[in-house]
Design a protein around this ligand. Structure first.
Ligand SMILES: Nc1nc2c(ncn2[C@@H]2O[C@H](COP(=O)(O)OP(=O)(O)OP(=O)(O)O)[C@@H](O)[C@H]2O)c(=O)[nH]1
Ligand SMILES: [Mg+2]
Length: 234
């Protein structure tokens, strides 16, 4: 198997080495870190990992304004420029357990994009306060209602793309930054007729480092579904 896992990082120095070990334990899986000039030195840790695992770990150092959406775009485009058959994306904060990687890759035999889903068997989230569970559940209902998307978990950042499916997404035209970016990508995939699958994961809230979710990102998540709906009418 020829798989590239794209991981955006911002201040994940304690988490990245653990994550890298989990990813590299799977044969045929490579790691691409997209670091946004993390002040805590995550970029250097990523470079050390690349030196220790030549050919299996690569690092993209971004400069200029930081952003999750922009990092994904650059990372996914870089992954597409390699010969990877499957391209995965996941968070660095150990919320997404690398043990699920083979299951996501296997499901991509039958689907064009596979989501590591928190909401297939009830709610499989560890260490979230109640209000966070409600917010996320509400967000997913809202997104499904406004956009017509059908997956249970439209905001999960744990995904596996077949390369040809990802290549058809107009990454340069994607406009959102945070979670909304993930919704937008799914929207394009669905409109393109891609088969979207989901496999259950247990999501564990981060233990180390800080969350980067801001109110701007949340506001964008409210607006984006409408923007997508209206743009597809035109
Ligand atoms: N390159 C890059 N990565 C980012 C940026 N913001 C967040 N990330 C990474 O994106 C992933 C998800 O970010 P988190 O802060 O964990 O966001 P979250 O998972 O929605 O929030 P929590 O539940 O609080 O952890 C992590 O791997 C972050 O390091 C950014 O501006 N640039
Ligand atoms: Mg997180």
């Amino acid at each position: 198997m020829n798989v590239m896992v794209v991981v955006p990082t911002y201040n994940e120095r304690d988490n990245l080495p653990v994550l890298a070990q989990g990813i590299l334990a799977h044969e045929g899986f490579r790691l691409l870190v997209v670091d946004d000039g993390s002040p805590d030195g995550t970029g250097q840790i990523a470079d050390d990992l690349a030196a220790a695992h030549p050919g299996r770990v690569e690092v993209l150092h971004r400069t200029g304004p930081r952003g999750l959406g922009r990092s994904y775009i650059e990372g996914l485009q870089r992954a597409l420029s390699t010969n990877a058959e499957l391209i995965l994306q996941m968070d660095a904060d150990l919320s997404h357990d690398p043990q699920y990687l083979p299951a996501l890759a296997a499901a991509a035999q039958h689907y064009d994009v596979v989501i590591g889903s928190r909401y297939l068997q009830g709610v499989s989230v560890v260490n979230w306060p109640l209000h966070r569970i409600f917010l996320s559940a509400f967000a997913n209902r809202y997104i499904r209602m406004v956009t017509g998307l059908s997956p249970r978990d439209c905001t999960s950042g744990f995904r596996c793309w077949r390369r040809e499916t990802l290549a058809r997404i107009p990454l340069n035209r994607v406009f959102s930054g945070g979670y909304a970016f993930l919704v937008e990508m799914l929207f394009h995939a669905a409109r393109d007729g891609s088969r979207i699958g989901e496999v259950p994961i247990i999501f564990v809230e981060r233990r180390q480092g800080e969350s980067k979710v801001s109110s701007t990102v949340l506001l964008e998540s409210l607006i984006t579904p409408w923007r997508l709906r209206l743009s597809s009418r035109r």
